[in-house]
Design a binder for this molecule. Sequence first.
Ligand code: NAD
Ligand code: MG
Length: 379
Amino acid sequence: MQTKSLYIAGSTGSIGTQALAVCKKHGIRVAGLSCGKNYLMLAEQAKAFQVKSVHIGDESAVEALKELLPDCEVVTGEEALLEQIQKSDADTLLDAIVGSAGLKPAIAGILSKKKLALANKETIVCAGQLIMDLAAENGVTVFPVDSEHSAIFQCLLGNHDREVKRILLTASGGPFFGRESLDGICAEAALKHPNWDMGKKITIDSATLMNKGLEVIEAYHLFGHKPIKVLVHRESIIHSMVEYVDNAIMAQLGTPDMTIPIQLSLTYPNRMESDAGEVDFVKLQTLSFFEPDVEKFRCLQLAYDALSVGGTMPCVLNGANEVAVDAFLNGKIGFTDIPKFIEKTMSAHRVISDYTLEDVFSVDLWAKKYARDLLDTAK
Ligand code: NAD
Ligand code: MG
């Protein structure tokens, strides 16, 4: 179903702003917007798209926002966000919040039967099968926005699911691919991604390869528990592939530009013109591939481990990672400390195999508190 009206949670971020550009280009109505703190940008967006409902995470900004938007419903607080999503007349929710803060909004969207355009991979990492089951029970489509998952979705079209041999999930390798040692890396260097311009958290996740680990877990749940192989592909032109039992491979290619998968999540089953550039194969000359180094990039191995343990372990991986990345960005820990904090938190967790959404909410809080306490004692 093509999106006619959209609620964007996380509208001021990298995905959110690119989604608004797509809405502008194709005349998609914007019914509601939400962000964490940037109330000035939120007000500009709301005015430009004549939005009638907005939410701001930062309570201290709510009065200023109300003054800027006198004809708009302005709310704050998590409960108010969930309520605003539920009662919105949008037919689609784009969840572009960063971190596990995106989980409850995704659930609110599903419960109010909105198509879910999902950029927030942490939702699937934390709640996995429960989200897929909840979507199925409510007759809701979960449409991946992540470029690799959008690619896999496209590579599966027109083929039999039972004939899939494996998914080949591509990874750019990040800024430190091939580097001798990861010691002494500062936030500034880790924030320079070679191919993609993204929010800070996912950029660090890309540098540690945790992003690929989270994406393996995401792909596992989105596409029915298929075998997955990660392949480093430096140029980020092939966005992922699906190999079939006859060893034929379907791949989806394009320039590294998130507006392509964002747009497809809104316009599918239709394709529409895009401002993204074309691939110039002659200029490219080569596409290169490598095995990921899971010994050097420990975060990817930890994600494989969390997926094989299953239950609430991926949620712990994610929560500890969020705390560790934040600490790294604030200069409190080194780059190579990130996997150490995650591993310690995972070791301390007693896994719940048969888990509920309530378990996920409490395990997320537990993992973040445990990792924060570890940071405090390490000082
Ligand atoms: P970002 O940091 O640029 O933007 C995050 C948005 O979420 C902002 O609008 C922010 O205000 C809002 N937000 C943050 N915390 C919030 C909270 N507690 N409550 C409400 N709103 C909150 O992040 P991004 O790069 O746009 O990534 C968003 C999500 O999309 C992430 O899950 C990321 O992994 C995924 N993703 C991003 C890209 C990309 O190219 N940026 C690609 C694939 C997947
Ligand atoms: Mg991705």
